[in-house]
Design a protein around this ligand. Structure first.
Ligand code: AMP
Ligand code: MN
Ligand code: MN
Ligand code: MN
Length: 292
């Protein structure tokens, strides 16, 4: 069992199209893959079932940006019905916020004499435009030395070209995921810049909102952090999830399947034992929202 339940395609800020991602997933020996693009399920409109290797099960997923106490918190939805209109209504609104935020960043860039962001974004296949794309634009233009540099200096909280978005609340995201029959998971809990007491409050509020899982193991996590997250998961009666947060083959430290196994004490709380876990997947049917 190697379940990577957090990965991106080029429909949000990943580098690969779904076919290449599915090929890589099989090559890296995954048994389960969830595609969880930021605020879009467009990948699932563009998957030929023939691309899914017989030994691989594909789950429909999404990663929704939310605001909680002025922090951006990411909620992953797994085993969702992509055709659910409540979920799609929320995702359309989030995509619009992303377009408006990109336009606001473009205004700031133009004021600094840097033109062309919107033209660049228009060339991309993504339906959920993100800061990663803006970082790439700054890199291509020689304005940033690296993605990290772009985020640190230009696109982070106090960055020169940063713009904020009023994402939905955790309650709204969890509600939409549940409306779509999915399981809501709190993504990468130790990546938020919040204190330990705030993290505990976040997890208990997430659980109270109907959230059911916590990402316990993901890339770049040391043994102590893994242990801490396992405790947080179990003490809140949550299910334990695993995922790399794969974006690009260039980030080899975040490659598909590259994370520690769940600690033994989480074994009977592994997310794949959840009663709503799909029994027989590759059950992702190609869906079309545009009637094509
Ligand atoms: P957004 O959802 O558009 O606000 O962008 C958030 C995404 O930017 C994350 O999912 C990461 O893919 C990427 N990201 C955030 N911080 C960094 C960083 N310091 N370096 C590289 N990528 C980052
Ligand atoms: Mn991302
Ligand atoms: Mn995230
Ligand atoms: Mn992610």
């Amino acid at each position: 069992m190697l379940a990577d339940l957090h990965a991106h395609t080029w429909y949000s800020d990943g580098a690969l199209p779904p076919q290449a991602l599915l090929k890589r997933a099989a090559q890296r020996g995954l048994t389960h893959l969830a595609i969880t693009d930021h605020d879009t399920t467009a990948a699932f409109e563009n998957i030929d079932p023939a691309w899914i290797a017989p030994e691989l099960q594909l789950l429909a997923g999404v990663e929704i940006s939310t605001l909680w106490e002025r922090q951006e918190i990411h909620i992953v939805g797994l085993a969702i019905d992509c055709t659910n209109m409540t979920l799609q209504g929320l995702l359309q609104a989030q995509q619009q916020l992303r377009r408006e935020r990109a336009a606001a960043m473009d205004m700031r860039l133009q004021k600094a004499g840097i033109c062309g962001l919107m033209d660049y974004l228009a060339t991309l296949p993504c339906t959920a435009v993100g800061r990663n794309h803006v970082a790439q634009f700054l890199l291509d233009r020689g304005i940033a030395r690296s993605k990290e540099h772009a985020f640190r200096n230009f696109l982070g909280d106090k960055g020169r070209y940063a713009a904020s978005a009023r994402w939905c609340s955790i309650v709204e995201a969890v509600k939409a995921i549940r409306a779509a029959g999915g399981i809501a998971i709190l993504a990468h809990p130790n990546r938020y810049r919040i204190s330990n007491p705030a993290l505990r409050r976040l997890v208990s509020e997430f659980a109270a909102a109907g959230g059911e899982g916590l990402e316990v193991s993901y890339s770049n996590l040391d043994a102590d952090s893994l242990d801490h997250l396992a405790s947080l998961c179990l003490s809140n009666d949550l299910w334990a999830s695993t995922g790399s947060d794969f974006h690009s083959p260039d980030n080899h430290w975040m490659d598909l399947g590259k994370f520690r196994q769940l600690p033994a004490r989480c074994a009977d709380r592994a997310i794949w034992l959840h009663p709503d876990w799909p029994g027989c997947m590759s059950a992702v049917k190609p869906v079309s929202l545009n009637g094509a």
